[in-house]
Design a protein around this ligand. Structure first.
Ligand code: NAD
Length: 400
């Protein structure tokens, strides 16, 4: 069986034009179930999947295709030292298979660090389904995907991500038990946003304590970008504590919903970067800490729920440090979502999830201290803390 899989790898990788010397037969953990015609047509010559896996430290990548349903998906398993690789499935209309692969490699690696720093016994994984979720998503396609997830025997556990809903998780669940983020009526944990927002609030307070000597948000000028799920729950905490909250969104209805609930001031979506504020809280999309915005932002702290806030981890992480701004790493302070979902595996309890999210306060303080002492970006400091935990557990696993 193994020999057969290795043969498949050899065959598939030949189509990806990997140099033969790069293919290490013994170490081959890749499991390719691939549409060769697609690979030949759309894979660019420089695609070098095993090398990318090696550079980024991935264990396994699973390519899935099914002609009957039109399913094209990639499951990325980055690291399973701490436990099964858990991470959501994203359905997106990628411009190319290479773009989808790049996304799954990056996202699954991010999940390893997020779960490790959150103290969870989970590894990092993620899946992408290639296609337009509004046009191509249907029960059959999702159930076929569920069968692929099931074939991994629990090594990868899926959840919701962009382009997916709790209803979609139900379809996947019809074919596999390795699903989290199910609706509450199916024994799931439902919407993770309240726990995510609470963790962001904890990370923000820890950053305020670090900068101002006490963690009160009363009177602080805080600009929340994005009044969606996480943004609105976070705004609730901030307003309750007496902060002066400014909000922006690109959709009028979201802003209306927010202003009808909370006493906040609406600011223009683009002007938010030039505001006089103490804290910038990105709760919309990633990449908002970039060359342009870092020339404009004048705040003392950046602490928000959005994923991948640094456009370039190393370049902009360093720029933030040089500017003397305190950045609470996104994957640390937004880990409430994965904490919430993790509860489903052991038996869900919302209070326990909230309690665990409170530890984000302590860990943020530790990370900011390391960052200042070693003059490394807080992003790098947080990754080191996560990696230390993975390495320590890997050592005890070896001795057992
Ligand atoms: P959401 O879609 O409910 O909210 C995002 C909001 O941002 C929307 O209202 C959208 O209109 C707004 N927005 C988009 N672009 C904007 C812009 N340029 N300026 C201002 N507003 C803009 O999403 P969410 O669930 O609240 O997630 C927000 C962020 O947090 C995402 O980056 C997500 O990946 C991350 N995150 C969410 C969770 C969770 O539990 N939901 C967990 C971890 C990380």
């Amino acid at each position: 069986m193994l020999a057969q899989k290795q043969k498949m790898c050899m065959f598939a990788l030949a189509f990806y034009r990997l140099p033969p010397q790069k293919y290490e037969k013994k170490k081959c953990s890749i499991n390719l179930i691939i549409n060769m015609k697609t690979a030949v047509k759309s894979a660019p010559a420089e695609l070098n999947v095993l090398n990318d896996m090696k550079t980024m430290g991935h264990e396994q990548i699973v390519f899935c295709q099914d002609e009957a349903t039109g399913l094209k998906a990639i499951i990325g398993i980055h690291n399973t030292v701490l436990g099964p690789a858990l991470g959501g499935t994203r359905m997106w209309h990628y411009a190319s298979d290479a773009d989808a692969l790049e996304d799954v490699l990056r996202l699954s690696r991010g999940m390893t660090f997020k779960s490790a720093i959150a103290g969870l016994n989970l590894g990092g994984g993620k899946a992408v389904i290639i296609g337009d979720s509004r046009k191509q998503k249907n029960e059959a396609l999702l159930r076929r995907f569920g069968k692929f997830v099931d074939s991994l025997g629990g090594k990868y556990i899926t959840a919701e991500d962009v382009g997916m809903s709790t209803r979609d998780m139900e379809f996947i669940h019809m074919e596999t038990d390795h699903v989290t983020g199910l609706p509450e009526y199916l024994g799931g944990s439902g919407d993770p946003s309240p726990v995510t927002a609470y963790g962001v609030y904890m990370g923000m307070k820890a950053s305020v304590k670090y900068v101002y000597g006490n963690d009160s948000l009363s009177g602080k000028k805080i600009a929340v970008q994005g009044t969606g799920h996480v943004g609105q729950y976070l705004i609730g905490h901030l307003v309750n504590e007496g902060a002066k909250v400014f909000v922006s969104d690109i959709f009028e209805d979201r802003l209306k919903e927010c202003t009808s609930k909370y006493k906040v001031e609406v600011v223009d979506a683009e002007a938010i970067y030039d505001m006089d504020m103490d804290i910038y809280a990105p709760c919309a999309l990633g990449g908002t800490l970039n060359d342009d915005t870092l020339n404009r932002l004048k705040c003392a702290i950046v602490a928000g729920g959005a994923n991948n806030q640094l456009k370039n981890e190393s370049v902009h992480g360093k720029r933030v440090l040089e500017k003397g701004m305190v950045y609470a790493p996104d994957f640390l302070i937004n880990s409430g979502g994965i904490i919430n979902v993790y509860g489903e595996i052991a038996g869900y309890d919302k209070q326990a999830a909230m309690k665990k999210a409170e530890f984000i306060y302590e860990v943020t303080q530790e990370v900011l201290k390391i960052s200042a002492e070693q003059q490394i970006s807080s992003q790098v400091a947080a990754m080191q803390v996560a990696q230390r935990r993975i390495d320590a557990i890997a050592r005890i696993n070896q001795t057992l």
